[in-house]
Ligand binder design. Structure first.
Ligand code: ADP
Length: 447
């Protein structure tokens, strides 16, 4: 592989350029008109404008991306996360034009990207699932029948959903109809697929996910778990590895369950298998992500493996290093997603960053898109940086994170840095006694 086109922007485009540089591979950046001066364009060897700011005219435009790949002579495309990263049609077009898609095959993305088909696959492998409707529900009557079997509370989800959108929690029968109809409408609008299904809703689980690495020779290993329970509106904002309460036995069970799913389809590349872990340590598969995750750096810090380089090497047809199969996490890592948002309403707060200071020192890593006077556009995700802290144990990692959050400054826009500080120092969080409700509970008590 000589040249990789990065079909993305922001911190992940920068992260991929760094991996390519270290591997001696040339990079091609793409940008919408509003991102002309963005960091990823400055760092890449070449950069090309692919359209106007709305994603559908630029970062989601398959014809534009394929044209740049041809003109620049790129032999591979890295999709990053978001945008086209889990679009099986894009992966298929790359396959047809013999441009390597750095990820799994289009068939894998299709099989595993749909939550319902992925759940069916998991079920066939004996991986535990929450009770739910196995088929998509088309009418309210079908939803009613399924709800009767499953019981309340339940959650309605879009089969093609992602990014925490397209989900509705229903706590009693009288709210089923309105939520079902809205969920169907939203699924069609957001994901172009009206299929929805119902699943039992767990009231205070942890979100625990397993990082998988698999090559085309049938080797697959897992690199332990990430606890991503600190979420707002089903979107992760703080992640850590290892999970503070998990035993070695549960880690092995989760890892084996994730590997069963990957092996059943002869999966290739990086992948993340997501589970909900209940109070009694029972766990349930919820979905698989067939791409690099936002939170991959925490796994990199506790394993010493550069996941993006590994992903590129696998796409080049190399074998994975099986030493990881005896995986034991080393130390503790935590990541805070720094978003351009209002501290009270959490609404995105785009604008120009006049000045900033990024923390450093022992155990601190920053993956960011910030440069002086950069503009954070309203058109894309509001995450501007990932602040990652590593320590010999959880306490050291958290103390380093606190110190780094205190050092960090971003002037010109509002950010959630102070909100992170509140979480990091919260006694319940410090104890590791968290669930996906943590933020809602914190906000309701601080009102
Ligand atoms: P997405 O693909 O949009 O990220 P997921 O299926 O991964 O959606 O779920 C995102 C989050 O929503 C989970 O981490 C969890 O907090 C919540 N969630 C999803 N399903 C359930 C469920 N059955 N019970 C409780 N919480 C759930």
């Amino acid at each position: 592989m000589n040249k990789i086109l990065i079909a993305n922007r922001g911190e992940i485009a920068v992260r991929i350029i760094r991996a390519c540089r270290e591997l001696g591979i040339k990079t091609v950046a793409v940008f919408s008109t509003i991102d002309r001066d963005a960091l990823h364009c400055r760092l890449a060897d070449e950069s090309y404008c692919i359209g106007s700011p709305p994603s559908k005219h630029s970062y989601l435009s398959i014809p534009q991306l394929m044209s740049v790949a041809a003109v620049s002579g790129s032999d591979a495309i890295h999709p990053g996360y978001g945008f086209l990263a889990e679009n099986h049609k894009f992966a298929r077009v790359c396959e047809q034009y013999q441009i390597k898609f750095i990820g799994p095959t289009s068939k894998h993305i299709k099989q595993l990207g749909d939550k319902l088909t992925a759940k069916q696959l998991a079920k066939n492998e004996g991986v535990p699932l929450l009770s739910g409707s196995d088929e998509p529900l088309h009418t309210f009557e079908e939803a009613q029948a399924a709800a009767k079997k499953i019981g309340y509370p339940l959650i309605i989800k879009a089969a093609a959903g992602g990014g925490g959108r397209g989900m509705r929690i229903v706590r009693s029968a009288k709210h089923l109809q309105e939520n079902f109809l809205t969920a169907q409408r939203e699924a069609e609008t957001f994901f172009g697929n009206a299929q929805v299904f119902i699943e039992k809703f767990l009231t205070s689980p942890r979100h625990v996910e397993i990082q998988l690495v698999a090559d085309e020779f049938g080797n697959a290993i897992h690199l332990g778990e990430r606890d991503c329970s600190i979420q707002r509106r089903h979107q992760k904002i703080i992640e850590e590895s290892p999970c503070p309460t998990i035993t070695k036995k549960i880690r092995t069970q989760l890892g084996n369950a994730a590997l069963k799913i990957a092996r059943s389809v002869k999966y290739i590349s990086l992948g993340t298998v997501e589970f909900l872990l209940d109070r009694d340590n029972s766990f349930y598969f919820i979905e698989m992500n067939t791409r690099i995750q936002v939170e991959h750096p925490i796994t990199e810090l506790v394993t010493g493996i550069d996941l993006v380089k590994e992903q590129i090497r696998i796409a080049c047809g190399e074998k994975i290093d099986l030493k990881g199969s005896n995986f034991q996490p080393r130390g503790h890592a935590i990541e805070c997603r720094i978003n351009a948002e209002d501290a009270i309403t959490f609404a995105p707060n785009p604008g120009r960053v006049h000045d900033f200071h990024l923390p450093s020192g022992p155990g601190i890593r920053i993956d960011s898109m910030l440069v002086k006077d950069c503009y954070i556009p309203p058109d894309y995700d509001s995450m501007i940086a990932k602040l990652i802290a590593y320590g010999n144990n959880r306490e050291e990692a958290l103390n380093r994170m606190r110190r780094a959050l205190q050092e960090m400054q971003v002037n010109g826009i509002k950010t959630n840095i102070n909100f992170h500080l509140k979480v990091i120092d919260h006694p319940t969080f410090r104890k590791g006694d968290i669930s996906t409700n943590f933020i809602d509970e914190l906000l309701s008590t601080s009102k």
